[in-house]
Design a binder for this molecule. Structure first.
Ligand SMILES: [Zn+2]
Ligand SMILES: [Zn+2]
Length: 154
């Protein structure tokens, strides 16, 4: 498959994958082990059975990382307002994502590994986690703050 954004073009010396034609870089050392293909291409060419989006029984199946449908599919038709009925689902969503949720006085706290989030309600807590996932670093720059305050009454 051609790279749609044209980024990270390979050096002209990189070997080419026999299956997709793109440069083999990350696994170049194993180029011959994988029959002159990407590992993923090798897997789908020789090992994978059935729907490419469904994890197969072979160890290291790339489809193992696909647990969620694309975002536009997941949110299709949803009309959700922050209200009391979202509080329990927010806690359950955090817990199913691997966070431990506790209460510390008036604050709800989510922790996982060395990450810690705290907010006054579970929906805000989930929002902070999502913020950290979407932006790294999460803080806005001075220019971003100025431009955004022009558009919103915060
Ligand atoms: Zn390939
Ligand atoms: Zn597979």
């Amino acid at each position: 498959m051609p790279q749609e954004d044209g980024s990270a073009r390979a050096a002209p010396t990189s070997p080419r994958c026999r299956r997709c034609g793109e440069a083999v870089e990350a696994n170049a050392a194993d180029y011959d082990v994988f029959e002159q293909m990407h590992y993923v291409c090798f897997h789908y060419e020789f090992e994978h059975q059935g729907d490419p989006d469904v994890e197969c029984d072979t160890g290291g199946c790339p489809a193992a990382g696909i647990h969620h449908a694309a975002r536009f599919v997941r949110t299709d038709g949803v009309n959700l307002t922050h209200a009391a009925n979202a509080l329990v689902p927010a806690i359950l969503a955090l817990e199913s994502s691997g966070y431990t949720v506790t209460q510390d006085g008036t604050l709800f706290v989510a922790t996982a590994g060395n990450a810690r989030f705290s907010a006054e309600d579970p929906v805000s807590l989930l929002g902070l986690v999502r913020l950290a996932e979407l932006r790294r670093p999460w803080r806005a720059t001075d220019a971003e703050i100025d431009a955004t305050l022009d558009r919103f009454d915060l």
